[in-house]
Design a protein around this ligand. Structure first.
Ligand code: DGP
Length: 115
């Protein structure tokens, strides 16, 4: 059996995280290595490796992840100033944790294009 990812261990409450929102399907928590004043992650509670591996039946959870990102961003006070939602998908995007996650970044001017 494959080892659990670090995010699965957070879902299973084996390691701590600063949780901002949780329901039966998704978890939002602060990134341990923030690159913006506000940087949190939103993940499904079941493993999807990345967007490439998403299945047709994952469409509802993909929508729910985005909606929760917007709601947590609102609570974090980012709605007016704006924020960026990023998914690093695969090698060229430097994906390091192979459990789908949305990064939500805000609280500073975010340059474009990203690196
Ligand atoms: P990436 O796979 O490159 O899209 O980013 C993974 C992110 O996960 C990275 O910004 C750091 C974050 N991260 C890694 N390990 C942990 C952890 O144990 N706790 C938390 N809260 N975040 C983590």
């Amino acid at each position: 059996m494959q080892d659990k990812t670090i995010f699965q261990r957070i879902i299973d409450k084996e390691i701590p995280a600063t949780i901002l929102f949780e329901d039966d399907k998704v978890l939002a928590f602060k990134d341990v290595n923030p690159v913006a004043p506000c940087h949190f992650l939103v993940i499904p509670k079941f493993p999807i490796v990345n967007l490439t591996e998403a299945k047709p039946e994952d469409e509802p959870i993909l929508g729910h992840l985005l909606y929760v990102a917007s709601q947590v961003a609102k609570v974090q006070g980012l709605s007016e100033s704006g924020y960026r939602v990023v998914i690093n998908n695969g090698k060229d995007a430097n994906q390091t944790v192979f459990h789908l996650h949305l990064h939500v970044l805000g609280g500073r001017d975010l340059t474009w294009p990203p690196g």
